[in-house]
Design a protein. Structure first.
Ligand SMILES: C[S@@+](CC[C@H](N)C(=O)[O-])C[C@H]1O[C@@H](n2cnc3c(N)ncnc32)[C@H](O)[C@@H]1O
Length: 259
């Protein structure tokens, strides 16, 4: 029997799950993997001690600390290599693949993608104008995340990738070419009404990627689906999703949001 791959949500580890799937079945992949920023064991966090007392005592601040986000550097590199290779295997040739990151992991991702000789099209900067302040006062306030958009083919052969130039133009304020720096506020409380996920992305961000880089009825894979933002946006915009999430609570949250 042919496996159903349209609008599927799976509660499983994506590496073991993807290995069970045949080659070349998805049109595209858009995904937001762990960034490996939760591993505090080896970090002295000296900046926290030097930081402003007012911040420490009076203000609430947010620091991601999730068991699914803890690797040592070598493990993380191998994990990224493994999932990128699997994603490329199950995605069709010349499909778009878009992977999220921050300065913590984006260079590792870029190195792997480049080593696999894949054709990088753009890096996209998500500018968070309301990003959390930096309380250590030792560096600039990090206000961006990045996405690497590449084509599932080597640099010489990559061709005919989807880019909906006109639709993207229509999404800009002055109806001019869409640039690669997107000013989109962080996820609103309203979008979190079905439950919380520590790294839930704003729907507007996923809408842009899906409208710009996929066609109607395409099947989009997200192996690290979290609260399901890629899947929700795919459904909203007339595409199909195939989403995998290993955490039971987040899987349930995705289900709720999709309903
Ligand atoms: C950065 S979050 C994704 C957030 C998502 N973009 C959203 O808007 O909600 C990464 C997710 O990947 C999940 N995850 C981590 N390792 C996984 C694995 N090996 N297989 C499947 N899911 C995994 C985590 O539980 C987490 O929910």
């Amino acid at each position: 029997m042919k496996k159903k791959i349209k609008n599927v949500l799976i509660n499983e580890d994506c590496l073991s799950h993807l290995k069970k799937l045949p080659d070349n079945i998805f049109d595209h992949c858009i995904t937001d993997p762990p960034y490996n920023i939760s591993n505090y064991e080896n970090k002295k966090e000296i900046g926290w001690y030097k930081s402003n007392e007012t911040w420490k005592k009076n203000k609430k601040f947010f620091k991601i600390n999730e068991e699914w986000d803890v690797f040592n550097d070598d493990e993380y590199f191998e994990f990224c290599k493994d999932f990128i290779k699997e994603v490329c295997r199950v995605t069709k040739d010349n499909g778009n693949i878009i992977i999220f990151g921050t300065y913590h992991n984006i260079y590792k991702l870029g190195f792997i993608i480049d080593s696999l000789k894949l054709r990088i099209i753009n890096s996209i900067i998500w500018y968070k104008r309301n990003a959390f302040p930096n309380i250590t006062q030792r560096m600039l306030c990090e206000s961006t995340e990045q996405m690497i958009w590449f084509v599932n083919n080597n640099k010489k052969k990559a061709k005919n990738w989807v880019f909906n130039y006109k639709e993207m133009k229509m999404l800009t304020e002055n109806k001019k070419q869409m640039r690669n720096m997107w000013d989109i506020p962080m996820t609103s409380v309203k979008e979190k009404r079905y439950g919380k996920h520590p790294s839930q992305k704003p729907l507007e961000l996923l809408d842009r990627l899906i409208i710009g880089c996929t066609k109607k009825k395409d099947i989009i894979l997200d192996p690290f689906c979290g609260s399901g933002t890629t899947a929700v946006s795919a459904k909203k915009n007339g595409r199909f999703f195939y989403a995998v999430e290993k955490n039971k609570e987040y899987f349930k949250l995705s289900k709720k949001r999709l309903r």
